[in-house]
Write a protein of this length. Sequence first.
Length: 219
Amino acid sequence: MRQLTTTDIQSNLTETWEGICAWVVSKPRLLALPRPEQQIGFEYACRLREALRAASRYPKWDRLFFDGTNSIASETTHVDGVGRRPPIYLETHQLIGRPPNVAPDSVLCDFAAAIHVLRASHELLDLDEDGRPRHQLWLPQSMLLQGARLEEQVREFEHLAERGVEGYLFALYLNQANRRTAVDSRAVASWATWGELAPGLFATSRRFRVHSSRSSSPP
């Protein structure tokens, strides 16, 4: 087994996201699913696990945890409610070669990641007699509401950073109708710098660093 550094793990997290971005571009139907975060997040978790196994030369490593149920419950979760736990957690102490922090106020995992998708409405929406879209699998939602859920995830990552967990929030923004939305006016995700992956599809990411007083590794 080859011991990794924190920098190695950080690189695997971001490089796996770059691979996922290319994968999403090659499979545009993913973004037409009712909950694209669930499928994209699962693919990201699988790729990240394999990348860390290869980097550490430890094919049996399996301390990555994925829970996609939050992406299903998100529509009925109140923005100011309990919060949205990131669906992907890593416990990397074994890879780094040091025992886990077992302080009473600590959390076992030390990295977390989440994928969020923002989607602007299509140009036209045709509803059937039951009020369901005829030609798409999801109902349009206010971009401000979608942004509020994104900021709820941001608050959760900030809370985790205070507890010693480094976070990575990855976001996709789909706007094939070329609307001017709250994302474009920076009312949503004002912190984001979007890179264009394909016409109408953009990506960004944000890293939540562990507070220096809680981190045992150099900045």
